[in-house]
Design a protein around this ligand. Structure first.
Ligand code: TXA
Ligand code: MG
Length: 327
């Protein structure tokens, strides 16, 4: 029997009972567990093969609930929460005591986010009813094995994690993720907030909200932001639109991800032809998975020009390509 279900109530009951549930968000799918359940959290780390020192994001219903997980709620966090939630933004703040060490990886900060996906919010509403706690949290990393490509559909979650799930664990289908890359992370523990991970909400959006440009560096560790990450099995190479026609003709089967106006060289499999940077972000991870499903040995990606979500796409592609041989 498939693990995939469509009823948010059922997903909430599974979470309340200590099970893991793959959950749709507007960015990517997460592997959710009740944030207060240490046993379920330990299973999240085991299922992902994730090192214990990589903290998890706590997803909550609204900004008031987020504050209940924070020891302190600095003014920039408040402004960002008001302007960007529900949405693809994660805010790092000093942790309240209720945030488990396993969730924060023992750090004195906690990452909180209110996602905008209606199905995720329906799960939170049902969980609030079941637990009688409006501040209840769902800890959820992206629902991929450690270092692999994040899932943007329920089927991807099953492909990644079914072998590591137990009886009673579920995957809730909420359709394909609208944004396609993980949330922007902003550390609000320093005087000037820092951008820890680029996403759909970019530095200029943040500057507009808080009145200063976020810095690029922070004392806070975001261990998930490793150089090598988001990587398919195929080798990922970054290219310019001008150089893809002269790719060295090795004994390689090659896939291409590039904006629609970039032509496909002869012998190359087109994996995605998005018409905008937004569409590029939405299609990227499915395209990388498709390259692996086809058994391609390499995937050439022409990133969209920088700016807006293009920065996040370039960031993910650079990490996916890390360790690949230059050609
Ligand atoms: O879009 C997203 O953010 C998705 C969806 C499911 O919400 N989640 C996600 O989770 O991407 P994950 O675990 O794959 O990435 C979370 C990142 C990691 O780089 C982690 O180190 C960082 O957030 N993080 C979590 N808690 C933190 C903290 N207290 N301080 C600094 N970084 C933190
Ligand atoms: Mg991840």
């Amino acid at each position: 029997m498939s693990r995939i279900v469509t009823d948010p109530q059922r997903a909430a009951r599974a979470l309340a009972d200590g099970h893991l549930v793959g959950l749709p968000t507007e960015t990517v799918y997460g592997l959710g567990a009740l944030a207060s359940d240490a046993h379920a959290i330990a299973r999240v780390f085991a299922a992902k093969g994730r090192p214990a020192d990589h903290p998890l994001i706590v997803h909550v219903r609204d900004a008031d609930a987020a504050r209940a997980w924070a020891h302190d709620w600095p003014a920039p966090a408040d402004a960002l929460a008001r302007a960007c939630w529900p949405g693809p933004l994660t805010i790092v703040v000093p942790r309240a005591r209720r945030a488990l060490d396993a969730v924060t990886a023992g750090q004195d900060t906690v990452a909180v986010r209110v996602p905008s996906h209606p199905v995720f919010l329906a799960v939170l509403d049902a969980l609030i009813e079941l637990t009688d706690d409006p501040t209840v949290g769902i800890a959820a990393p992206s629902a991929n094995r450690f270092g692999q490509v994040s899932p943007t559909t329920a089927e991807h979650v099953v492909e990644e994690l079914d072998a590591f799930m137990h009886d009673g664990d579920l995957v809730l289908d909420g359709g394909a993720s609208r944004v396609g890359v993980e949330s922007t992370i902003v550390d609000c523990t320093a005087k000037t907030p820092a951008l820890l991970r680029p996403g759909a909400i970019d530095a200029s959006d943040i500057e507009r909200v808080i009145g200063v440009a976020p810095t690029g560096t922070s004392a806070v560790r975001a261990p998930g932001t490793l150089d090598s990450h988001y990587a398919p099995h195929a080798r990922v190479l970054l290219a310019d639109a001008g150089t893809i026609t002269s790719l060295p003709d090795e004994d390689a089967t090659t896939g291409l991800v590039a904006l629609a106006d970039v032509p496909t060289p002869v012998g190359v499999v087109r994996l995605a032809a998005p018409r905008s940077a937004d569409e590029y972000a939405r299609m990227l991870y499915a395209a990388l998975r498709q390259g692996d499903a086809l058994g391609l040995s390499r995937i050439v990606a022409v990133p969209p020009s920088d700016g807006g979500i293009g920065i996040a796409v370039r960031d993910r592609l650079t990490r996916a390509a890390h360790g690949s041989q230059p050609t």
